[in-house]
Write a protein that binds this ligand. Structure first.
Ligand SMILES: Nc1ncnc2c1ncn2[C@@H]1O[C@H](COP(=O)(O)OP(=O)(O)OP(=O)(O)O)[C@@H](O)[C@H]1O
Length: 578
């Protein structure tokens, strides 16, 4: 399965990379000329030694020097243009994917968060860095190194042989580096990811750690992963640094050997002094790309790892097929033989569930813990796909709507309400940058949150920070309810909406439900506490993922009271009904 995902993701990545083909070819073309111009220095040296020094002609020296400056200027421009082109290619790649990756991360994390959703955006950044890194321009230079070796061979075959031997040595070092560091690099990635996940989790619930003396234990857990990551990273950089130093020394030594052998050839009259100097410089040029690749190997490894991660993520979350725009749905909900299996799991938490909700109706969904109420809420808002059967809103199955468009017609208050960084108004307006003040106040008033928000230091403009909430549990729930009611959605699904509410809050909630019903919207309330279902005329009783009863509230309650067995299965409701 994962191979299939990776292959699909890789295809998508390659397709986008292909769109910048012209840029890569241009950079390649520039590389040709830049590498030809690299011959300028050695040729100048050759001419100065063999022509100027023997002829003593100052004019020739001046002319050659002017030509040298001119050619070097062109080389600088080409080199600069080439790195600019690569940084444009890198930005293009990022721009082509940032939205896609962001949505893939968000879509996958809503269903089944994993290492790929944690690292997705960072992986994209790593690839962007790799494309713009000098190692890529070094790869462009690599095909032209035979040119330098050929010229060295022309000077003298012995020097050419030494140069080729040097190149083979550096390539062998690069391969050995890869072989020796591969395992440590993947361990570093794995443990680094575990340490980041642990620190995120501990930061989110730091209060619990502090209150119950769990900080030291949490540190030990985080530290273990972090130490392993550091150990592996140190191993990788030690290996890399060792090879890189060895490579650099080998190149310097080779250049000296070239000079020494060159001097011996000059003494034997087999070549000129200019050839000796030029050969040594050419060797440096020929080996430079190999040396850069060796030095930057870790960036390449990281980039390849990120490429594979991203391929998996994109393959697993293919782009959403464009959907025909549907009109705003009528608030008629039809659930037919719905079976839901939590993503990543095998056991169904809802089995063959059927019921209807008419516009203007409120349905209370009750049942013991683990009965499947939250699973139903997630399926009704389209977060968890139906494994069997269907959910239809306004006649259309949920997956016939574009998920963003569907979201506009749905209000959802999850069991654990999470606010995002931004102002209260932005949170209510579902993160709109310029919230529509009238609609925000209307939703807040409906949720009974208006007065509470006005009492905050900056009212609706009070900033909230996801990890550092200054609001009480009940206040957060009211803001969450206002967000669910914002923009008058057709279907409102409230999962335990009054778990943190006081009497006033519960009354405000009931008023909001009455209001939604009067506007012909449909409302579903998953509840433990009977106060939450006071406004519901219909009741759905779940047990163990199946429908125990569905119908008008009074009838269902009466039936349950008669049925002592069923009553025991829903103790909370039974308690509230007595
Ligand atoms: N993400 C998940 N992955 C696997 N199983 C899950 C997941 N979420 C819930 N379940 C399982 O599904 C079953 C129903 O859970 P669900 O949260 O829907 O119950 P619930 O009725 O809302 O319970 P509660 O009243 O305690 O909130 C439980 O057995 C639970 O273990």
């Amino acid at each position: 399965m994962s191979v299939k995902y990776k292959a699909r993701g890789r295809r998508e990545l390659r397709e986008v990379r292909k769109q910048s083909r012209l840029l890569y070819w241009t950079a390649g073309g520039f590389s040709l000329f830049a590498n030809l111009l690299m011959l300028t220095g050695p040729m100048y040296m050759l001419q100065v030694y063999d022509r100027v020094l023997s002829s003593g002609s100052v004019e020739t020296l001046v002319a050659l020097s002017l030509l040298l400056v001119f050619l070097y200027s062109i080389m600088v421009v080409l080199d600069f243009a080439r790195s600019r082109i690569m940084s444009v290619a890198a930005s293009r790649f990022w721009a082509a994917f940032h939205e896609r990756v962001f949505h893939s991360v968000a879509r996958k994390a809503a269903v089944l968060p994993d290492q790929y959703t944690t690292s997705g955006l960072n992986d994209l950044e790593q690839i962007r860095r790799l494309i713009a890194a000098p190692i890529v321009t070094a790869v462009f230079d690599l095909p032209w190194t035979p040119l330098f070796f050929t010229v060295i061979f022309v000077f003298h075959p012995l020097l050419g042989g030494i140069a080729l031997g040097g190149a083979a040595l550096l390539i062998a070092l690069t391969l050995a580096n890869q072989l020796l560091s591969k395992r440590s690099q993947s361990a570093a990635n794995r443990h680094g990811q575990m340490a980041r996940t642990a620190s995120d989790q501990f930061r989110v619930d730091a209060e619990t750690l502090r209150a119950m003396g769990m900080r030291v234990a949490a540190f030990k857990l985080w530290n273990e992963a972090q130490s392993r990551a550091l150990q592996s990273e140190t191993a990788v950089s030690n290996i890399g640094a060792g090879f890189s130093t060895f490579g650099k020394t080998a190149r310097l030594l080779l250049q000296s050997v070239m000079l020494g052998v060159g001097a011996w050839l000059v003494l034997n009259g087999q070549m000129t002094a200019g050839g000796m100097m030029a050969g040594s410089i050419l060797l440096g040029r020929a080996l430079a790309p190999v040396e850069t690749i060796l030095n930057q190997w870790q960036i390449a490894q990281q980039g390849v790892h990120s490429w594979q991660n991203l391929a998996y993520l994109l393959g697993e979350v293919p782009p959403e097929a464009p959907r025909t725009d549907l009109p705003a749905p009528e608030a008629r909900l039809v659930v037919q033989s719905l079976t839901v299996v939590p993503p990543g799991d095998r056991i169904a938490t809802l089995k063959g569930l059927s019921f209807n909700v008419e516009p203007g109706q409120a349905v209370g969904v009750i049942g013991p813990s683990g009965a499947g109420k939250s699973s139903l809420a997630r399926a009704l808002v389209g977060v968890w796909p139906a494994a069997g059967g269907s959910v239809r809103l306004g006649g259309a199955a949920l997956d016939q709507y574009d998920s963003e468009v569907l979201g506009q017609h749905i209000g959802y208050l999850p069991q654990k309400v999470q606010l995002f960084d931004g102002t209260i108004a932005q949170n209510i307006a579902r993160l709109a940058l310029q919230p529509d003040a009238e609609k925000v106040v209307e939703a807040a008033a409906m949720a009974g949150a208006h007065e509470m928000i006005l009492s905050l230091p900056k009212g609706y403009d009070t900033p909230v920070h996801a990890g550092q909430l200054r609001l009480s549990g009940g206040q957060v729930q009211r803001v969450g309810l206002a967000r669910a009611l914002f923009h008058d959605p057709a279907l409102v699904v409230l999962d335990e909406p009054n778990s943190n509410l006081d009497n006033d809050g519960s009354e405000a909630l009931n008023q909001a439900i009455r209001h939604m019903k009067a506007r012909g919207r449909s409302v579903l309330i998953m509840a433990h506490r009977p106060a939450a279902i006071a406004e519901c005329e219909m009741l759905l009783v779940l047990s163990n993922g199946t429908r125990m009863a569905f119908g008008p509230k009074q009838e269902v309650m009466a039936g349950m009271l008669k049925n002592a067995g069923a009553l025991q299965q829903v103790p909370a409701v039974a308690g509230g009904m007595r």
